[in-house]
Each structure stands twice: as C-alpha cells, then as structure tokens.
Design a protein. Sequence first.
Length: 251
Amino acid sequence: MSVCRYFSAAVFCAAAVCSGTVSAQQAAPQGFLYGVGIGVNQEIYRGYSNRTIPLPILGYRGEKLSVYGPFISYKLLELGNISFSAKLAPRFAGFDQSDSSVFSGMAKRKDSLDGGIGVQLRQQDWLLEADTVFDLLGHSNGRESKLAVGYSYRLAAVVAEPKFGISYSDGKLVNYYYGVRENEASAERAAYKAGGTVNYNAGLSLSTPLFFGGMTRFGIEHHWYGSSISNSPLTDRDTGLSAFLSWSTFF
C-alpha cells in the first residue's frame, strides 16, 4: 500500500469539481459528467517528499444529489441562501510498514469513510461553509470540523476563488494517524499520544470553460498543521502544499 497521506490534495480537487464558484453554481448544469485530474501533495510524514495522485472524475450533479467518484452529498434543506447537506467522503490517510522505514514495527493505520452534515451560506460572491464529519468505519472513531470562507470573482473567461479555512481534528483522529502506541515505541521512535489540534489552510482556485469543451480547474493550497501533528515522531514538518489540475465535462 502506498497511499499514506494524500487526503488534502484529493479532497481539495473534489471540492473544486463539486462546488465550483458561487456564480457558477447558481446556473450549474445537471447530469452525468466525466473527466480527469491530477493532484500533487507535499507529504509531512518522515521519509516522504511529494506524491502525485491521478484523479479520475466520474459523477452526477442533480438538484439535490451530487456524486463525484466516492464523494457524495445530498441537499437536505434549503432556506433562502442557506443550505444543509448530508455528506460522505473517503479519508485517504492510512499507512502500513511498507510505506516507509519510519513505520517499521507499527500496526497498519487504515483509510476510512467519513460521514456528516455540512452547511453553506451564500451571499452574492461570498461563500461560507461549515461541516462536521465522523469516522463511520470505526478505525479512529474520530471527528473533524471545518469552517471555510471563499470569494469568487470573474476575470474575462476565468473565475478566481481565494479561500481560507480552519479545521479542528479531535484527539482520537489525530492520535490514530500520528500517534505511536506504547508497544510500537523503539529506540528511534518514542511513544507518542497525540491530542486534538487546530489546522489552517489558504488557497486559490481558477476555473475556465475555454479548453476542449469542458471546465478546466487549477488550484493550489497551503496547509499549516497544529502542534499535535507536527510534534509527532512520524512527521518532520508543520506545513505543506497541495495542488491540482482537472478537466471535466457533461455527457
């Protein structure tokens, strides 16, 4: 297995494909779509540098249901410019001993499936999003809550959307992926129990319909990780970059 931690890039790409910009979504077409994408993530685990991730896109956008590969959302309620949705998303965040020597002698940390509720508030070109998701498969039994604000504006045929976000991962989630159990400690790797932490991110995405009859999107995002993650003996940095490039069109 070689997935390790590419969750940030994969979700950033999926979020760009799913939500787009405020103005684009107000007149968003519906139906089945397909496309291709690629993501690059700067890893924070020791023994990793950058990881390139192919991102095939196959999905459906309807009035309430949106499906983009394994990312699913269903609009439960809409009150003016506020909407509430149920969400399902994979968490690609595991590792096993074959991924790096730093994990030698450690139990496998598994990918998981998150589910929860999201809220969106749209006000002209502004978008405020908040969601809370839980580990549905019981691997970490953890929870993560996010709050993000974005603004979209059009430059000729290009729509730009800067975005800033903050998230809180509880102790169960962080400790599962970044902690070291007592029976996993070694001379090179001390036992470590991680607590909950606050993380930050800021990014910019660009969208244009100019190429090949579909929508092309590019995005870059910078992440700042909390001390419970950066102090782990499994990591060697507290910041990282992720980027994606994707193209999609409707059938």
